[in-house]
Design a protein around this ligand. Structure first.
Ligand SMILES: C[S@@+](CC[C@H](N)C(=O)[O-])C[C@H]1O[C@@H](n2cnc3c(N)ncnc32)[C@H](O)[C@@H]1O
Length: 340
């Protein structure tokens, strides 16, 4: 394949456009549930249109694009459409499914808010708030179905990240692990699996905790995980010797992070460890997922990704000393900090 750097600059711009259209088309295929139908058996386009309630001539053009880019394939002379290995990742409710992630990020509320990214840059306001007239967490409370889809996205999208964390980090020295803003507790569950002697507390907004109850019970952890609903701007369950914050600090600006960290500082046991799981922005000029994630956070929540010095400074202002930053095989790094 032609290396991007070898192409004339105009062609590289067209490549960016192509990637954008492709990502959006795959997300729409995910949203329409095409892969779920094809996972049962291959279909002709008209059968697929009937099963998904779509307009067959338009669907055939989306299918053509998916075949062209290796998401679907054609078999037989009729022809029938089937899934490729790539297309299999769009099937729901399977380990490693990417369907929810694509639906939430580029075929749902995030995509529409990204459309107002320019407004964020012009005004300094959060694009989501401009587009929807409220912040993302309030909006999810008002639209519980979308909220639940987002929470499932966090589980599905971060399965690989959690695995990468577990591979490099040893949770076995902790007795009580508190997952702050833990969603459905996907990282906490893995940490407790690694450390069968520990107990956990899953803390999130009350509505999210109500959803998580069944997930924790299904994982056989009801006896080891205390479920706690509340706001981390008010207080955080006390007494843990490990506090996990995955994709939390990047959701908020420095002032709000300061409020959350001050509450963690009050709650954490002496000698405890704070573990922050976010991307860490590398030195300038390095193409890295984190700098695009940073724009995503600006547009969605008004938060930001941070450099290591920025994290050190933020933690230092709330009574924590950054001990080390551990990279993982994923885009997320583990920032370890000690209460001072
Ligand atoms: C980006 S998600 C991360 C979820 C989880 N840590 C993960 O990595 O999968 C942010 C979480 O913060 C929670 N959250 C937002 N505002 C909160 C608040 N005021 N108090 C507690 N949790 C909150 C959300 O409900 C959501 O579960």
């Amino acid at each position: 394949m032609t290396q991007q750097q070898d192409l004339p600059p105009q062609a590289r711009v067209i490549q960016m456009l192509e990637q954008f259209w492709l990502a959006r088309s795959v997300a729409v295929a995910a949203r329409l549930g095409l892969a779920d139908v094809l996972a049962q058996r291959s279909r002709t386009v008209s059968e697929l249109a009937e099963a998904t309630g779509t307009h067959a001539p338009s669907l055939s053009r989306l299918v053509r694009a998916m075949v062209a880019y290796g998401v679907f394939r054609e078999e037989g002379s009729e022809p029938r459409i089937a899934l490729t290995e790539l297309g299999e990742t769009l099937v729901s409710d399977r380990p490693g499914s990417m369907r929810e992630l694509l639906m939430t990020l580029i075929a749902g509320e995030h995509y529409r808010a990204w459309g107002d990214l320019d407004q964020s840059i012009r005004s300094g306001r959060t694009a989501f708030d401009i587009h929807y007239g409220t912040d993302i967490w309030t909006w999810y409370r008002q639209h519980p179905e979308a909220g639940e889809e987002f929470n499932r996205t966090m589980v599905a999208a971060t399965a690989a990240v959690n695995q990468a964390v577990i591979e490099v980090y040893d949770f076995r020295r902790f007795r009580h692990i508190v997952d702050v803003g833990g969603g459905h507790g996907s990282l906490l569950r893995l940490a407790l699996e690694q450390n069968p002697a520990a107990r956990g507390t899953l803390f999130d907004q009350p509505g999210v905790i109500a959803e998580a109850r069944g997930v924790i019970a299904a994982a056989g952890l009801a006896g080891r995980v205390e479920l706690s609903g509340g706001s981390f701007f008010e207080s955080i369950p006390a007494g843990g010797d490990a506090y996990l914050m995955k994709y939390i600090l990047h959701d908020w600006d420095d002032a709000k992070c300061g409020m959350i960290l001050a509450n963690v500082r009050k709650a954490i046991a002496d000698g405890g460890t704070l573990l922050v799981f976010d991307t860490v922005i590398p030195p300038p000029g390095t193409p890295d997922f984190s700098v695009l994630m940073d724009l995503n956070m600006m547009a969605m929540t008004g938060g930001r990704e941070r450099t290591e010095p920025e994290l050190r400074d933020l933690l230092g202002r709330t009574g924590f000393a950054l001990r080390r930053v551990l990279p993982t095989q994923s885009h997320v790094s583990i920032t370890e900090a000690d209460p001072m």
